[in-house]
Design a binder for this molecule. Structure first.
Ligand SMILES: [Zn+2]
Length: 821
């Protein structure tokens, strides 16, 4: 059962603001007790790895919910380079989706979330390469900052700092953790941070090791800890909580069987104080570690001894007593955070509900927003509403006693003034480099996502003591088949673009029209002049440059683009003439398991000029794990028919000049096992079968052999997109007809050359290329072409599924040759 608790945060609560944990301010009395137990232990743990889904939720859930130790997950990247099993988001938009999935996981296991500037740029073989692309100095500083801000006593890495980690990002995360462990306490390291945070010495660094890829002797030395424990306050076990959290990584297909009972985890000492049986060994987890902390601990003990589950509001006096003791302490790293959290738990115990909602789905600068405010004080205690403060600075003086179980309501109209920022993830505001997002404000390292620009805050008195409840203003929709649904309200730019196709390919100099939609998001008529800049060698003509849009009007417009002989690939960027405002395109990431995300970044289209001969042949396409190849082939002018189990006809295969299989088609389609021989017969009778990469590892096997003779796939890949390529068979038709393939065709590739190359093959196959990453043996299995009867079977480990959507001209020319064979 997923609890629909929404994003409520307390203005003064630093750590709630970190994680953005959408949280209803009212909790069950046992949830409040669990939070208090964590507050009674001023100790924190930071878990460090590279990607969303690397984190071991079993360990995090056990620390948070059984050991009552506040834990955060520091993921260097947002997982931008991963796959997406539930939709079409790739790159930065996938990063936005995976960020939200992490936040949903953290709502379940209770931990906090941090990120760095690093981008998940795809598979990396070595930590050296990763650290160069990530800009080591910057990401190391990011982790040092997180340690100084969060102040963990224990740091846990998910990976070892060497090749045993597999992925270069993984090893890099452990290398950086060990260096940051040493640097965080030094005032000489990253001194620019010390205005906002102070130095911090963590007590211990351990590796949460694993049982695979390691010898029995290595495992023997590890400290083993059972992390599967009951959490009666929540009615779950730590393993169940962990599995529910892990199952939020839906776009990675991580829906999991719930883990129940005992769970053994392995830990290995890395740095700081050693340990023998418990990773928290020797860490003082009591308030007594700070000046005047003994009294705080005593006040907590008093509160726990008399805790009233049935009437949590009766605990409020004891909670105020804890608050007083904490406020009396001299400054210490946990004081401010604990103060604001206890205030939040007092509001939760008093069961004061405060809501600010609107029926409007969006707003924009200089527009207004109709807001419904609601405050309910459920319990028989004295709650006085003093005032409401809004995001635009307006204050409503109320000064009213809210009777027990009475509702206070008010509807107001709020102006969205020019100082309000338009909504977009902070890390996407500026253009990123290949390896890092660009943002310079250190404060942004403290927050996983930006908080809403639209908020309301209620100043209340409980037992005559002032408290603050701050909430984002949500769009509230009532659906008959669901009930209340809360969604964020984005602040939109006055006019936004919607561009359906972010890539425009022009073949052989053809001119192409591209349509886009402009929306006026305001209640006012707007007139503007639109203009654009083009990469070198292109010309463009707007259908309409002077635009007048009526209130909330949407208009469609087009731009016609033509490349000249020497056109360079790059971006067409729109801008508004004589205006400071950038021209922004609106994109949304919307799924039922996350809060809808709005991205507004520069309106642009990637332009690519490709010179290739073409025909209008008919192609059959067998879908695999999902790629954009069919659409791309259609764009090139081919006729594409999708072949599935349901429409399979052996006799019809001969009507296709070429049959292309989607990426991992032999891994994902069980039914291909029965059809493999049909495909071989098709090739023997003159057909052209082009198989894109498939994987062969412990997770997936081939459902059918690809060719009638030996063809073994391996795990070799070339991850440097600029790796040198040697042409082995320069006279081969696939490198000459219709396009003569040369060195120039391998320029400006993206992310990698190829993956899952063939490892061995029969003499029927001819390898066309030899390539390798720096320092590795050359591989010949990237592209193999075999003659079978009158036709061909080709295996392509070349990453066409990445190059073609990115508009890489040489990849197009080579792909056309393989199709036209
Ligand atoms: Zn990973």
């Amino acid at each position: 059962m997923k609890k629909l608790f929404f994003f409520f945060f307390l203005s003064i609560c630093i750590l709630n603001a970190i994680g953005q944990n959408p949280e209803r301010q009212i909790k069950t009395s046992s949830e409040i007790l669990l939070e208090l137990k964590k507050l009674a232990k001023p100790t924190r743990v930071l878990y460090v790895a590279a990607h969303p889904d690397d984190e071991n939720t079993r360990v995090i859930s056990w620390l948070e919910n059984h050991r009552h130790i506040e834990t955060a997950y520091f993921s260097f990247t947002r997982g931008d380079g991963g796959q997406n099993l539930i939709g079409s988001e790739k790159g930065p938009l996938l990063g936005v989706l995976r960020t939200q999935e992490l936040l949903e996981a953290r709502k379940i296991d209770g931990a906090t979330q941090f990120f760095s500037h690093a981008i998940d740029f795809g598979y990396s073989k070595s930590s050296d390469e990763t650290l160069e692309i990530w800009n080591k100095d910057q990401v190391l500083g990011d982790l040092v900052y997180a340690i100084r801000y969060f102040k963990p006593d224990l740091i846990i890495t998910r990976f070892p700092p060497n090749a045993q980690a597999g992925h270069g990002h993984h090893a890099a995360s452990a290398i950086l953790a060990a260096e940051a462990f040493d640097l965080a306490p030094l005032a000489s390291a990253y001194p620019n941070q010390l205005g906002r945070v102070s130095t911090w010495q963590p007590f211990r660094l351990v590796w949460n090791s694993y049982s695979w890829r390691r010898s029995a002797e290595e495992l023997e030395e590890d400290v083993k800890i059972n992390v599967g424990e009951a959490v009666p306050l929540l009615g779950f076990s730590t393993g169940e909580i962990a599995s529910r959290a892990r199952s939020m990584h839906k776009c990675q297909g991580f829906g999991r069987n719930w883990n129940r009972g005992e769970i053994t985890e392995y830990f290995k000492y890395t740095k700081g104080a050693n340990f023998t049986s418990d990773i928290l060994e020797g860490i003082n987890t009591s308030w007594g570690r700070f000046d005047q902390g003994e009294k705080v601990q005593q006040s907590f003990n008093q509160l726990f001894k008399n805790y009233n589950y049935e009437h949590p509001w009766k605990n409020i006096d004891n909670m105020f007593a804890v608050l007083r003791e904490i406020e009396k302490m001299p400054e210490n790293p946990f004081k401010e955070d604990a103060t604001s959290k206890i205030k939040g738990l007092i509001i939760a115990s008093a069961m004061v509900h405060f809501d600010a909602t609107s029926s409007e789905k969006s707003t924009s600068i200089n527009d207004s927003l109709n807001i419904d405010l609601e405050l309910v004080a459920y319990q028989p205690i004295n709650v006085e509403l003093k005032k409401i403060t809004l995001f635009n600075g307006n204050e409503l003086k109320i000064n009213q006693n809210i009777g027990a179980n009475k509702t206070w309501e008010k509807s107001i109209k709020a102006h969205v003034n020019g100082s309000t920022k338009i909504s977009t993830p902070y890390w996407l505001e500026e253009d990123a480099s290949f390896g890092s997002y660009s943002f310079s404000n250190l404060k942004e390292l403290e927050i996983a996502v930006n908080s809403s620009e639209l908020w309301a805050s209620a100043s209340i008195l409980i037992n005559n003591k002032p408290l603050e409840i701050k909430t984002s203003i949500f769009n509230k929709v009532i659906k008959p088949d669901f009930g209340e649904i809360y969604e964020p309200i984005p602040v939109l730019a006055p006019i936004t673009f919607e561009i359906k196709n972010p890539l425009l390919i022009s073949i052989n100099g053809q001119s192409r029209a591209l349509s886009f939609t402009l929306s006026n998001n305001t209640p006012n008529e707007i007139s503007r002049e639109l203009d654009f800049i083009l990469p070198k060698g292109w010309t463009g003509e707007l259908e309409q440059s002077i635009l007048t849009l009526k209130p909330f009007e949407k208009v469609e417009s087009t731009i016609r683009i033509t490349p000249t002989e020497n056109a360079e690939n790059g971006y067409l960027r729109f801008f508004w003439k004589n205006l400071q405002d950038p021209a922004l395109q609106l994109q949304q990431v919307k799924y039922p398991h996350i809060l809808t995300q709005t991205i507004q970044d520069g309106a642009k289209i990637r332009l690519s000029a490709v010179k290739t001969k073409l025909s209008n042949k008919v192609i059959g396409y067998i879908p695999g794990a999902g790629d954009d190849i069919p659409e791309i082939l259609q764009n090139l002018g081919y006729k594409v028919e999708v072949l599935e189990q349901s429409n399979w006809s052996k006799s019809k295969l001969s009507s296709y000049h070429t049959i292309v299989t989607g990426i991992r088609a032999y891994n994902t389609n069980d039914w291909l096992a029965e059809k493999a021989e049909d495909l071989w017969a098709y090739a023997k009778n003159g057909g052209n079968l082009l198989v894109q990469y498939n994987t062969l590892n412990f997770l997936s096997n081939l459902k059918a052999p690809i060719a009638p003779t030996d063809l073994q796939l391996g795990r070799n890949r070339v991850t440097r997109e600029d790796a040198e390529i040697t042409i082995l068979e320069p006279k081969h038709p696939a490198l000459n007809v219709p396009n003569k393939i040369g060195e120039k065709d391998f320029e400006n590739w993206v992310q990698e050359r190829g993956l899952y190359f063939a490892e061995s093959w029969s003499k029927d196959f001819t390898p066309l290329f030899e390539m390798n990453d720096p320092g590795e043996e050359p591989h010949q299995g990237s592209l193999l072409i075999g003659n079978f009867g009158k036709g061909h079977i080709t295996y392509a480990g070349i990453s066409f599924f990445r190059q073609l959507p990115a508009g890489v001209p040489g990849a197009y020319r080579l792909f056309v040759n393989l199709i036209e064979m």
